[in-house]
Design a protein around this ligand. Structure first.
Ligand code: SF4
Length: 308
């Protein structure tokens, strides 16, 4: 426990220039943004607590005029890794891309929800968002910025496209990617569960296919997140939760809540194994599936593992 690294996820607020159908923060857009002074204070507090990673997220944090200033301040404080999860659109502006790279940011995680504008923009509900994301990637490459990862929220609307999304990441040489099974406990996916949330038995084969494409292209570090392990027993080394539990203690500092153990509380409250899991060899390592998923679809798809 003590040798785990502290990761502080600093939420700037929930404002966003996209409007993703599945967004967990869909019902929080109107909450007030944190002020610059608050963010600078919190960056200092994170440093004081010994944070190794400060991940700055929104909403979409990059659209704040003070974004670069907050990153630069966190780096000046000496936080080893300052990262941001982003929809990537702002980086289409070369001057903004340059400003953010110069702020000293260590890593960017681009959210790619489709392999093309049709799929991606249908989910972000922001026409032009895919074209801007691609331009943003190109601008960052031109600046020599290489620490770019990817994440994809897996929903009904992009399920069939997961192999093509994997190929998009391969073409763009992204070594770290997460395919995230949508969280329906809150926000957009809760509000439109049937329209957005695929059956895990349908999603898992395509997620595994995407991971396999990554492995074949030389990217064994790609991961699946928020999945029941019975569907991934041949690639347990590629499950985000297992890796992050071993490596990090994660705190979430949002405008409307503070969670001192985001990993532990997700496993304890957000996801569940059921009576069906009894005797499963992966029970100890598995977080089960989202509680809202169980409410809507039940647990008949869970397949206790008897042999590894
Ligand atoms: S049966 Fe239950 S405990 Fe076993 S891997 Fe599946 S969800 Fe996890």
């Amino acid at each position: 426990m003590n040798d785990k690294k502290l990761k502080v996820v600093l939420f700037t607020g929930y404002a966003c220039n996209n409007n993703c159908a599945f967004c967990i923060d869909a019902d929080k857009r109107a909450l007030p943004q944190k002020t610059t002074a608050e963010l600078l204070r919190e960056a200092a507090r994170a440093k004081g607590k010994g944070a190794y990673i400060l991940e700055i997220i929104g909403g979409e944090a990059t659209i704040r005029p003070d974004f670069s200033r907050v990153v630069a301040a966190a780096k000046k404080l000496g936080i080893p890794q300052v990262a941001c999860a982003t929809n990537g659109r702002l980086f289409a502006d070369p001057a903004a891309a340059r400003r953010i790279v110069r702020s000293g940011i260590d890593a960017l995680v681009f959210s790619v929800h489709g392999p093309d504008a049709r799929t991606h923009d249908a989910l972000t509900r922001a026409p032009g968002s895919f074209a801007q994301l691609r331009k943003g990637l190109a601008n960052l490459r031109a600046l020599g910025f290489k620490k770019i990862s990817g994440n994809t929220t897996v929903v009904k609307g992009n399920l069939a496209a997961l192999p093509a999304i994997a190929k998009f990441y391969i073409k763009n040489r992204i070594p770290n990617v997460e395919f995230i099974f949508v969280d329906p406990n809150y926000g957009g996916a809760k509000n439109d569960f049937k329209g957005l949330v695929p059956r895990i038995s349908k999603a898992a084969p395509l997620m595994r296919r995407a991971l396999a494409l990554g492995r074949a292209a030389g990217y064994p570090g790609w991961k699946a997140r928020y999945v029941p392990l019975c569907y991934f027993k041949d690639c347990l080394g590629q499950i985000s939760e297992i890796n992050e539990r071993e490596q990090f203690l994660t705190e979430h500092w949002a405008p409307d809540f503070v969670n001192r153990d985001a990993i532990g509380s997700r496993a304890a409250v957000g996801r569940r194994r059921t009576a069906r899991c009894r005797g499963c060899l992966l029970y100890g390592a598995c977080e089960g599936i989202w509680t809202e998923y169980l409410k809507q679809y039940g647990d008949a798809e869970l397949k206790p593992v008897r042999k590894l």
